[in-house]
Design a protein around this ligand. Structure first.
Ligand code: ADP
Ligand code: ASP
Ligand code: MG
Length: 470
């Protein structure tokens, strides 16, 4: 059995937790399975690297130094918890120390230049995963296995040069991954690959976007024709909603690729929105399992949709860190091409749109974008579109979130929208914008960010999701 197993930051929070991950890997290797391991950065390290790069840009070198020291300490402690053998620990300790010195130099350089390009930002972010893979490979060697660390690029993952949200060039990637990793697997070596990062065709490090390690695992799974891809995390699987928002959330035992792709795109499990696309196209099953409860079956994502009578909404997701823009003007009414002009401006500025709605009066169009791009989007729209008589107003709201209900049982079931909006309305929550995909697999709406979790809890109750999904 060939399986790509990905351990996220939550499974690598500290050395003690990572030991559980190592035990899991050890068990399956002893069963004779052929494994490829994908690792994320330790939990929260990517966030700290983002903070460090922003501090560098402000020339706040005290913060840069403090973050570097904190990262050094966390990885040192991680090594201490994993390795009893001081010799091996010292060797990896030197490696961590050298990497951290390099990181600090890069950050100081960003400060001097006063420039943080998407390419240099990706380089900074890559340190999180690049620190972990050699440690886990070292730990596996220490357990008596043959293991070797690879960066995503070394493993053969090639992307375009869209730094920050790079897309794999799949055909070339498949070929290269096979060329580089097959011989290792055949020789009984366990490849330990950094999640999240890859390289472009010029050899520069790229990142696949936040949560990208899940994506790395599915890309490798498809390239190596794995039997399955397993994503190990800190909860029991893909659940009816985030258990940190609604504690009565239940694990969904089985989902179709369609439903799971929709859930990932809508923010479930903080997964990369495109993470399930490669395996879905190739028909490779994906399992989501709990590192802390390894025998629990978790969630299995396969081809068939199992729609049981009465199962309408299967899951609720919440996307935070988004903003809503409404563009309005009476000149828009009956003018063909208005939407195209708006979206062209956003597209040319690299702004990704998460949700769109237009009222039938045609006098306004609202859409939702990542909050970090709000300033850029408003400036671009105002400079390109105001003053031409078409658009009068560009209005922005930063403190919103998207709530989405997902489930194959919603298709063709009348009255679902009415139930959703009544349940949310009864909570006194005002809905700012609504969209339903023509797939009918989801209904999404926008509310104030402070009301998002309350909306989720109300809907979880309305659709009796605490009773579980058959
Ligand atoms: P990992 O380190 O495994 O990649 P993430 O933090 O990226 O972990 O994702 C796991 C977290 O996603 C869980 O701890 C949970 O709080 C959150 N989450 C949000 N929505 C869901 C959902 N529908 N099912 C399961 N987990 C969810
Ligand atoms: N470390 C990266 C992130 O935090 C990738 C991942 O965890 O999947 O986004
Ligand atoms: Mg994740």
């Amino acid at each position: 059995m060939r399986v790509v197993m990905k351990f996220g930051g939550t499974s690598l929070a500290d050395g003690k937790v990572a030991k559980k991950a190592l035990e899991i890997i050890q068990d399956y290797l002893q069963k004779g399975w052929s494994l490829v391991i994908v690792v994320s950065a330790l939990s929260q390290i990517t966030d700290r690297l983002i903070e460090a790069s922003e501090a560098a840009l402000r020339r706040d070198l005290a913060t840069v130094r403090a973050i570097c020291q904190e990262l050094n300490r966390r990885h040192e402690k991680f090594l201490e918890d994993i390795f009893e053998d001081p010799h091996l620990k010292d060797e990896l300790s030197r490696f961590v120390h050298e990497r951290m010195e390099e990181l600090e130099k890069v950050l100081v350089g960003i400060g001097y230049l006063g420039e943080l390009t998407p390419r240099s930002r990706d380089y900074v972010l890559s340190f999180g995963e690049r620190l972990v893979a050699p440690i886990i490979a070292g730990a596996l060697c220490n357990l008596g296995f043959r293991a070797k660390a690879f960066t995503g690029g070394e493993a053969g993952i090639i992307t375009d040069s869209n730094f920050g949200e790079a897309r794999p060039l799949m055909e070339m990637t498949k070929l290269q991954v096979r060329q580089r990793l097959e011989p290792e697997l055949e020789a009984g070596i366990v490849p330990v690959v950094t999640g999240f990062i890859a390289t472009d065709q010029n050899g520069y490090i790229t990142t696949l976007g936040r949560g990208g390690s899940d994506y790395t695992a599915t890309i490798l799974g498809v390239s190596l024709k794995a039997d399955e891809v397993w994503l190990w995390t800190d909860v029991d699987g893909l659940m009816t909603t985030d258990p940190k928002v609604e504690p009565s959330a239940r694990t969904i035992p089985q989902l179709s690729f369609h439903e799971a792709v929709e859930m990932a795109a809508l923010g479930a499990k903080r997964m990369h929105p495109r993470a399930l696309e490669p395996t879905s196209e190739a028909g490779i099953p994906v399992r989501i399992k709990n590192t802390f409860r390894r025998d629990y079956p978790g969630t299995l994502i396969t081809g068939e949709a199992r729609v049981r009578p009465g199962s309408i909404v299967k899951a609720l997701t919440l996307i935070k860190d988004v903003a809503m823009i409404t563009v309005s003007g009476s000149g828009m009414v009956g003018t063909p091409g208005t939407a195209a002009r708006i979206f062209d401006v956003l597209g040319r500025n690299g702004i990704n749109i998460l949700m769109i709605s237009q009222s039938s009066s045609e006098a306004n169009i609202s859409f939702v974008i990542p909050r970090s791009l709000l300033g850029k989007a408003v400036t671009a729209l105002e400079t390109s579109l105001l003053g031409g008589g078409l658009i009068k107003n560009v209005e922005a709201e930063a403190d919103v979130c998207i709530v989405a209900a997902v489930g194959a049982g919603m298709k063709g079931t009348p009255g679902v929208a009415a139930r959703i909006f009544k349940a949310v309305g009864d909570e006194g929550i005002n809905i700012r914008m609504i969209a339903q995909g023509s797939s009918e697999l989801n209904i999404s709406f926008v509310v104030k960010e402070s009301e998002g979790e309350r909306a989720i809890r109300a809907l979880h109750k309305e659709f009796r999701l605490h009773e579980g999904i058959p």
